[in-house]
Design a protein around this ligand. Structure first.
Ligand code: C2E
Ligand code: CA
Ligand code: CA
Ligand code: CA
Length: 281
């Protein structure tokens, strides 16, 4: 057994060195990406289930790497958080999302402006200047505060410090709304609803996925919707892909939904076309 362990070690070491090497390369790449502005936003519609009108958009970041092509957020956000690069990246995301949303709202004739939802990382919340950044993004874009929604994950709220709560209150005082993302996947979701000034619950995709396959998933989803209603919070179901899921959620009076069934995250141009279809020739 001992010999085998040694062999495994011999095989493992170069692999480890290689992955460490990759990590360093990727970090250097990411630093360059920040300097060269290699990030783009996609926008996914958030739809009012009652009439299937678009009520808002979620901004989702992408890294357009010069050689490797489009890199999805889950492949670089963790490294960006580890290195602190999420701070300049997240600042750009916030400013750009507000700017685009303000532009679309100015073009729309509708008197109910679109909301824009921006994901925030725990690292960003650790910064004392976050409320200032939000203020400046709103002022510079002209987007009304009520149109901005900040999405926070439960994991972010688990390890919070007292300052975090103060910062969230400062942001809410501007008129910005807060959403708990991936609701139901954390350890004590219910405690966050009591302790944090939340306005919106986003029901995690894993619940929506299992509607139709697992009666328990449907029951839990409907339970979360009712909980939201009792607390006067908006509920958004994430990851709606099938009409069966949509009808279950609509039947349960879920207010909003998001997912490939309606639209995938779209480029700015594609969103332009969706919001302002060209008149037929
Ligand atoms: P999230 O905030 O939960 O975003 C929803 C993810 O689900 C997005 O993946 C979206 O493309 C995907 N999605 C939406 N509808 C469907 C569907 O019907 N089916 C399936 N299978 N997937 C669907 P994406 O864009 O790859 O983002 C992944 C995660 O990366 C996000 O999860 C969020 O946690 C993080 N992220 C994205 N943009 C940012 C950002 O600007 N800042 C930070 N801190 N995190 C971000
Ligand atoms: Ca989100
Ligand atoms: Ca989510
Ligand atoms: Ca998620």
């Amino acid at each position: 057994a001992k010999k085998q362990g040694k062999d495994q070690c011999a095989v493992f070491e170069p692999a480890m060195r290689e992955s460490f090497q990759k990590h360093l390369e990727m970090e250097a790449d990411l630093r360059r990406a920040v300097l060269r502005h290699e990030f783009e936003l996609r926008f996914q519609p958030i739809v009012r289930l009652r009439d299937q009108e678009i009520s808002g958009l979620e901004a989702l970041v992408r890294w357009q790497h010069p050689e490797r092509g489009m890199i999805p957020p889950l492949e670089f956000i963790p490294l960006a958080e580890e290195t602190g690069l999420i701070v300049p990246i997240g600042e750009w995301v916030l400013r750009e999302a507000c700017r685009q949303a303000a532009r679309w709202n100015a073009q729309r004739s509708s008197d109910t402006p679109l909301t824009v939802s921006v994901n925030l990382s725990a690292v960003q919340l650790e910064r004392a200047d976050l409320p200032m950044l939000v203020t400046s993004a709103l002022e510079e874009s002209g987007l009304p505060a009520k149109c901005l929604i900040i999405e926070l994950t439960e994991s972010l709220l688990v390890e919070h410090r007292p300052e975090t709560l103060q910062r969230l209150h400062a942001i809410k005082a501007l008129g910005v709304r807060l959403a708990i993302d991936d609701f139901g996947t954390g350890y004590s979701s219910l405690a966050y609803l009591r302790n944090f000034p939340v306005d919106i619950i986003k029901i995690d995709k894993s619940f929506v996925d299992d509607i139709g396959d697992m009666p328990a998933a449907a029951a839990l989803t409907l339970g979360i919707i009712q909980l939201g209603q009792a607390l006067q919070l908006s509920t958004v179901a994430e990851g709606i892909e099938h009409i069966e899921q949509l009808s279950e959620l609509t039947g349960g009076n879920c207010e909003l939904g998001q997912g490939y069934y309606f639209a995938e995250p779209l480029t700015t141009d594609a969103m332009d076309n969706l919001l302002f279809p060209n008149p037929p020739p």
